[in-house]
Design a protein around this ligand. Structure first.
Ligand SMILES: [Zn+2]
Length: 463
């Protein structure tokens, strides 16, 4: 009661001044529980977050984190779908991070919830680092970092499949994709490895075999992010280009990084750095999509590109975006799909994510519909709270409608950034990657092919 009245007084002043209002329960440190969110539905999530004894909540897609009253903790922990979270934690001291490819952070996470790593930080520091895109972000005000499409208004988005789209989607060959993952994983692809050019040529050959015009975008990588001084290197982003028809000047970029690492990020010495899931899986995904669109006439042009230097701070994609800007061609990019770690699912739920930022939030419904219609085996998780942790970031920062489609986070993959990141370590690889690639194919059809061509199904064109 006390808190409530005092809070009411101050918030009226704050509303008048437009200040950010910290919800009262957000500053209360309490015991926490982590609850499985699969199958709850929109109302089921609300019933849980509004339940007696819940002080605050955060949603991480496949799991919920609840701050609960001490007295209610035993009954929560007695549930089959719940497990203990961090002992005492307040909403506003939580920092969320994932896929820490790009940052050198020794901090051990408090817990992994829904594939996301959560850290504790003094609330003032949490607020101060909001949006700094350094090591993690605070929780969004509503606590929703990510949400299962099935637990949101995006549930049941399946629509009648378009026959032509379905025929193109059916061309996705997950076994062929896995072969490429194995091929790339056999090459040491650290950005500082002398073997990286071999991987570049391996990719160029396959992009050419897919009927594409090929080339490389080159740039210089320095060792500023390595924590040790190493000579600068000239690196390449190999690409394959499919020219469109009526709107050939409008490009869609499909990318994923091909460089790898173990525990040491800039390691030109260790000769086994397989990076099968991170990220032979994503780069091979771009290659598979190139094959899927072979012989499919498109209005817009498609650029399939694998970036290097990602593990050193998204350098390859940053340099590519900087050159687009320098050449006045940034506006030419109409859509971007980033694939990074698409090959691991811990359960038959086949959880997968589509992430973007608030400005492009409308894309989440597009991907949810595509998944529900053409890859219903996926349990899609949507998030408008993406961070600077993979190659979609600099496209997004230039206002490009860009998404990151991948597995349910890096925190679920035990062999992350290790010599054990082998094709055999990826669970349900073809099932989850196949689903993600089918979803992306369906959206690409909508983005690249004019609807009138889709309507008349151009029977002869797709084979
Ligand atoms: Zn990666």
């Amino acid at each position: 009661m006390q808190i409530r009245m005092a809070w009411l007084g101050c918030c009226l002043g704050a509303i008048a001044s437009g200040a950010v209002i910290a919800k009262p329960m957000h500053s209360v440190a309490s015991p926490t529980v982590i609850v499985d969110a699969h199958g709850l539905g929109e109302q089921g999530v609300r019933d849980l977050t509004d339940a007696e004894g819940v002080l605050w909540h955060a949603e991480f897609g496949s799991e919920l984190l609840l701050g609960v009253q001490d007295a209610s903790l035993p009954s929560w922990l007695a549930r089959d779908d719940a497990r203990a979270g961090p002992a005492r934690l307040a909403f506003d001291e939580i920092v969320v991070r994932d896929h820490v490819c790009t940052v050198h952070s020794p901090e051990t996470p408090l817990a992994v919830v829904g594939g996301y790593q959560i850290l504790r930080r003094p609330p003032a520091l949490v607020r101060a680092t909001k949006g700094a895109a350094i090591i993690g972000e605070p929780l969004p005000e509503d606590g929703v970092v990510a949400r299962l499409a099935a637990n949101s208004a995006l549930a049941n988005q399946a629509k009648g499949a378009n026959p032509t789209t379905a025929r193109i989607v059916a061309k996705v060959d997950a076994a062929r994709w896995f072969e490429d993952v194995s091929g790339l994983a056999a090459i040491n692809r650290n950005s500082f490895s002398d073997e990286l050019p071999h991987a570049r040529d391996w990719l160029l050959q396959r992009l050419s075999d897919a009927g594409l015009q090929t080339g490389t975008h080159s740039y210089t990588l320095n060792s500023s992010s390595c924590g040790t001084s190493l000579p600068d290197r000239t690196l390449d982003n190999p690409w394959g280009f499919k020219r469109g028809g009526r709107r050939a000047d409008e490009w869609i970029v499909i990318g994923g990084h091909y460089d790898s690492r173990n525990a040491v990020r800039c390691d030109g010495v260790s000769n086994v750095q397989p990076g099968a899931n991170d990220n032979a899986s994503g780069c091979a995904g771009a290659l598979e999509l190139a094959r899927v669109f072979r012989n499919v006439p498109t209005e817009r042009s498609l650029l399939f590109i694998c970036f290097s230097g990602e593990e050193q701070g998204l350098v390859g994609s940053l340099r590519y975006v900087q050159d687009l800007i320098a050449e006045g061609r940034m506006a030419q990019i109409k859509h971007m799909i980033n694939l990074d770690m698409i090959g691991h699912a811990v359960s038959d739920n086949l959880d997968a994510r589509v992430e973007t930022n608030n400005a492009q939030e409308a894309l989440l419904a597009v991907y949810a519909t595509a998944a529900a219609t053409y890859a219903p085996e996926l349990n899609l998780i949507t998030s408008a709270a993406t961070q600077a942790y993979s190659d979609h970031w600099y496209f997004l920062s230039q206002g490009v409608p860009a998404v990151f489609t991948w597995e349910n986070g890096a925190g679920i993959y035990p062999q992350y950034h290790s010599v054990g990141d082998l094709p055999t370590a990826m669970l349900r690889a073809e099932a989850v990657a196949g689903g993600i690639l089918k979803m992306d194919t369906a959206v690409l059809v909508d983005q690249a092919i004019a609807s009138d061509l889709l309507i008349d199904n151009f029977e002869g064109a797709v084979h």
